[in-house]
Design a protein around this ligand. Structure first.
Ligand code: FAD
Ligand code: NAI
Length: 467
């Protein structure tokens, strides 16, 4: 007889462990199956957390080196010790994992370490080494995440041809790093090494970086990144990667048919991620996937099998940890008979470069495409007192509001601490605030958040106070 649970969650990343915790809070008997020893999935182990640890360390170095003098700080011998930086990153990851283990124990969730697969719609086999354990559940949540996409002509060896995982583990500072893909991963990890002194060459297929976001953001970010050793080849297709004794040689061709050859220590391939369902035995439970391998779900995240749900990177929508978490919470609450709602129009996105990029809602391009009439209000950080105090002049906040109702439809920022500032814009949009509402709310002075207020005043009536 297999042991029986109310809920089995397969996958211990932010989608899975959060679903497990919320279900346990609601009184379910929960099993969590994760194939790797540590919990936390991509985000904790090889994604959000280690990348942000290295971004913070490298930004500290960059600030000290490039801006220290302006602040009256003189460093006699400022050096990078990459090994120590990597050790600190590993420590941050380890502490985060410890925190997760604590939460799993505290919520009395039963942890199974091993590869989970469906035997039928309510039974999961957990394979650990040669040992097989069967567990059954009234409900099952799939949260198996995603994996990096490879180029057809170059597999990851994590020595020269790197995925994000290998790129977060380098023990020697590369002289030159080629990044294929001008998206979030390429620009964040490129920033880490660019700030530390590596030359970064970005080869992007499309004619802009971070192309899914409001176009103005990509343009501004590209300009800023050039100051930290980035070189961009947009509208350029990679045609080959050769690994040599010294490094890699990448060949590429631009839209006009001009060929390029680049030599570097490593190439980071960051061209997107794809859903991961390998060995999951989906057909044993009648669970269908779509044309790009994502598990098909209805609006309540229920799969084509009645008692099985799926959340996070393995289903449609942005591949973001906070989206996965909210879906995990929602599924647990749906199973408990509650009526949660996720507003997919207000999921924020952040690129943790410096300046930071943060966005929520519709871009100008999307509003134009949907023929929605809108007003634009922009406020540059160079007009902000706080930004001046901090010596941070780059970037702006842009508010898009409905031309008639003044309701905020999108907020797009590039500048200092935008990752924290976007929260206010999310609240504003969630509660359907107008630009005038934000313009009339008291914002502490001097803060970066005043720039959101000023941009809102610009959008509502072209009447910023400090412009
Ligand atoms: P995952 O975190 O991928 O977890 C899935 C888990 O399932 C894994 O632990 C896997 O081992 C396990 N698993 C898979 N198959 C099985 C099986 N059959 N049996 C048992 N276990 C299984 N997002 C952000 O919001 N902010 C960021 O700053 C950010 N930074 C990132 C940086 C990098 C370099 C990368 C790669 C990603 C980043 N992301 C970020 C994206 C974020 O990591 C993902 O969106 C998030 O981890 C998705 O969560 P998930 O639970 O769906 O999947
Ligand atoms: P991405 O989708 O952000 O960017 C991939 C880029 O590669 C695109 O600009 C695309 O046009 C380009 N591209 C695709 N094929 C190409 C080719 N053959 N040659 C050249 N360019 C090519 O994907 P990325 O950066 O790999 O990140 C994957 C996911 O991870 C993202 O979708 C994001 O959701 C998540 N992530 C989120 C972070 C955050 O929230 N800060 C940080 C890192 C990752």
């Amino acid at each position: 007889m297999s042991e029986r649970y109310d809920l089995i969650v397969v996958g211990g990343g932010p989608g899975g462990y959060v679903a497990a915790i919320r279900a346990a809070q609601l009184g379910f008997k929960v099993a969590l199956v994760e194939k790797e020893e540590p919990l936390g999935g991509t985000c904790t182990n090889v994604g959000c957390i280690p990348s942000k640890a290295l971004l913070d360390s490298s930004e500290l170095y960059h600030q000290a080196k490039q801006k220290g003098n302006d602040h009256g700080l003189e460093f006699v011998e400022l050096k990078v010790n990459l090994k120590t930086m990597m050790r600190r990153k590993a420590d941050v990851v380890a502490k985060t994992r410890d925190g997760l283990n604590y939460l799993i124990n505290k919520n009395k969730i039963t942890r199974f370490t091993g590869h989970g697969s469906f035997i039928d719609s309510s039974t999961i086999q957990v394979l650990s080494g040669r040992e097989k354990t069967k567990i059954s559940g009234s409900y099952i949540v799939i949260a198996t995440g995603s994996e990096p996409t490879e180029l057809p002509f170059a597999s990851f060896d994590e020595k020269r041809v790197l995925s994000s995982t290998g790129a977060l583990e380098l023990q020697k500072l590369p002289k030159h790093l080629i990044v294929i893909g001008g998206g979030v991963i390429g620009l964040e990890i490129g920033s880490v090494y660019g700030r530390l002194g590596s030359k970064i060459t970005v080869i992007e297929f499309l004619d802009s970086i971070i192309s899914t976001l409001d176009r103005q953001l990509g343009k501004a970010l590209q300009k800023s990144l050039k100051a930290i050793n980035f070189e961009f080849h947009l509208g350029t297709k990679v045609t080959g990667i050769n690994v040599t004794k010294q490094g890699v040689v990448v060949t590429a061709e631009n839209a006009k048919g001009k060929s390029f050859e680049f030599s570097a220590d490593h190439v980071l391939v960051a061209i997107g991620r794809r859903p991961y369902t390998e060995g999951l035995g989906l057909t044993n439970a009648g669970i269908e996937v779509d044309e790009v391998g994502r598990i098909k779900t209805d609006k309540n995240l229920r799969t084509t099998c009645e008692n099985v749900y799926a959340v996070g990177d393995v289903v449609a929508g942005p591949m973001l940890a906070h989206k996965a978490e909210e879906e995990g919470v929602a599924v647990a609450e749906i199973l408990a008979g509650e009526k949660p709602q996720i507003n997919h129009d207000t999921i924020p996105g952040v690129v943790y470069t410096w300046p930071e990029v943060a966005t929520v809602g519709k871009s100008e391009e999307e509003l134009k495409k949907d023929s929605i009439e809108y007003k634009v209000g922009t406020f540059p950080f160079k007009a902000s007192g706080r930004a001046r105090a901090a010596n941070e002049f780059e970037g702006f906040v842009k508010v898009l509001a409905d031309a008639q109702s003044d309701e905020i439809l999108g907020v797009h920022m590039i500048g200092p601490r935008c990752s924290d500032m976007i929260g206010e814009a999310v609240v504003a949009m969630e509660y359907k605030a107008s630009a005038e509402d934000i313009g009339r709310i008291v914002h502490a002075h001097p803060t970066f958040t005043e720039s959101f207020k000023e941009a809102s005043l610009m959008a509502t009536a072209n009447r910023a106070l400090h412009l």
